[in-house]
Design a binder for this molecule. Structure first.
Ligand code: NAD
Ligand code: ZN
Length: 248
């Protein structure tokens, strides 16, 4: 059994780095990008670059409308998020580096100090001109009441959810914190990610280069399967739940 192999390998580890992707949140009802029902099977990623967003009212309108229907802001954490919290409570978690923008690791009960959100958080919206921050649900309420391309209430500038768009730089503090964790982790569990988005996927890679064994929990293959000590093809919630239960 591969879950047993993973548990054996993690049994004496106390600085586990959990690296998560969109697949840990599909069981909360949020679609991933590259899975069989992913967002990219329905829309073209080229439409979601920062350059297009800033240049085109139509792109912004579509982006807000998609967001209104994405369910991200109403989603609740699932068993997979709870399992990461259980690892932390058991004193085994170094930290959780996530590519997700749904805020569900913190909603599940992980302290913010344990979470690195590499691609930002959709719960906040920021003005690209003056930096003013608003809660995204407030902006969504404006969109729903007919303002299809809402602008900053303070300066009139373009506003965008506080997540990293294609073509945007990664947040430097978060990348630094994640890399620091990758250097000292004694094991890494990658969950629900194709491990194909860079530079985010450099983080598990860096941990492996520093000698940490890699456990992959993902439905389908990932780009780092060849480097893994154990790969488990299964549901993030079930598999992580079993692993955490065996380790606490
Ligand atoms: P991805 O879409 O490239 O890959 C997700 C992987 O998870 C796929 O291989 C899929 O088969 C697998 N998967 C789906 N449901 C699963 C489940 N229940 N259990 C186990 N595996 C499951 O995701 P990625 O690697 O995170 O890259 C996508 C990018 O999109 C990220 O950078 C992230 O910022 C963003 N994104 C975030 C969210 C979110 O915040 N929830 C949702 C969609 C996309
Ligand atoms: Zn502004």
């Amino acid at each position: 059994m591969t879950i047993e192999r993973a548990v054996e390998l993690l049994a004496d580890k106390t600085d586990i780095l959990v690296f998560t992707g969109a697949g840990i949140s599909t069981e909360s009802g949020i679609p991933d990008f590259r899975g069989p029902n992913g967002v990219w099977t329905k829309v073209d990623p080229a439409d979601f670059t920062i350059q297009r967003y800033l240049a085109s009212k139509e792109t912004r309108r579509r982006s807000w409308s998609m967001r209104a229907h994405s369910g991200v802001l109403d989603a609740q954490p699932n068993e997979g998020h709870a399992a990461v919290v259980a690892l932390w409570r058991a004193g085994r978690l170094l930290g959780c580096v996530t590519q997700n923008i749904d805020g569900l690791h913190v909603a599940a009960g992980l302290p913010e100090s344990m979470v690195v959100e590499l691609h930002g958080n959709a719960r906040e919206t920021r003005c690209v001109d003056c930096g003013d921050v608003t809660e995204t649900p407030e902006v969504m309420a404006r969109v729903e009441s007919g303002d299809a391309d809402p602008h900053c209430r303070r300066c009139g500038g373009i506003i965008k959810v506080d997540v990293v768009f294609f073509g945007e730089a990664m947040p430097t503090d978060e990348m630094r914190r994640a890399a620091a964790m990758a250097h000292v982790a004694d094991a890494v569990i990658a969950v629900g990610s194709t491990l194909s988005v860079y530079p985010a996927a450099d983080i598990p890679l860096l941990a492996v280069e520093n000698g940490a064994p890699l456990v992959i929990v993902n439905q389908g293959t990932t780009e780092l399967d060849g480097l893994a000590a154990v790969t488990i093809d299964g549901s993030a919630g079930e598999v992580l739940g079993e692993i955490a239960a065996a380790l606490v």
